[in-house]
Design a protein around this ligand. Structure first.
Ligand SMILES: [Zn+2]
Length: 220
């Protein structure tokens, strides 16, 4: 007892024409995995699972934009696994997935109902690894972030990027909420926390506090 379990491993798989960072996460003790934000290109996602010999036990969603969730229902059906997340304020985005797929010229996206809606303070498990759920509205009203304290890793979807922040010009997007989410809920986790954004390269909260033009400490 007292030993921290840092059995978390991951591989990022950029998917869709938007190069969305779908992430295969797994527990190295049990080889149970989660696919976070399967927007598309399932053949490549499943090839990564196969390469590492892991068994997908669930799908986690940060938010249901088409590039993050377009293939969630298809993957859930194919593997017989549940979908957990996002927070229920994003229901209208899930209901809009078929329209999103037409507008963004994506393959048809199936509707689904998450097997579990997530709330701030909830936890989700992948094998023996437990993630904290942090509700971070602003990009979408029900956007959630997955945070693993021992591994010092967060999956932040389209909340925060290396050098930028998520768009807030969508329905129920809110710039002030987004900045509040980042500064009051994510940055206090620590400068040394690495994060996988929904798009582009990884970074740390400390790096963004120093350099991000939207949310750096200097911006006040
Ligand atoms: Zn998005």
């Amino acid at each position: 007892m007292g030993e921290k379990c840092v059995a978390l491993k991951f591989q990022v798989v950029p998917v869709t024409p938007y190069e969305q960072n779908c992430t295969v996460l797994w527990c190295d003790e049990t080889l149970k995995a989660a696919v976070v934000d399967p927007g598309g290109d399932l053949d490549r996602v499943l090839a990564v699972c196969k390469k590492h010999g892991v068994q997908v036990e669930k799908i986690l969603l940060t938010h249901p934009h088409i590039d993050h969730a377009g293939a969630a229902a298809t993957l859930a059906e194919k593997l017989g696994v549940p979908i957990e997340g996002p927070q229920k304020a994003d229901l209208f985005w899930i209901q809009g997935l078929p329209q999103q797929s037409v507008m963004m010229r994506f393959p048809p996206a199936k509707l689904f109902t998450p097997d579990r809606w997530l709330e701030d303070g909830d936890q989700v498990s992948v094998g023996n690894v437990v993630f904290d759920v942090i509700h971070c509205p602003g990009h979408t009203p029900g956007h959630v972030v997955f945070y693993q304290p021992d591994a010092k890793l967060a999956l932040v979807g389209d909340v925060l990027f290396n050098g930028s922040i998520g768009r807030t010009d969508f329905p129920l997007g809110n710039f002030e909420s987004l900045v509040h989410s980042i500064r009051q809920k994510l940055f206090p986790l620590g400068d040394d926390i690495a994060f996988i954004p929904g798009h582009g390269p990884m970074s740390t909260f400390g790096h963004e506090r120093k350099t991000n033009p939207f949310v750096s400490d200097r911006r006040g």
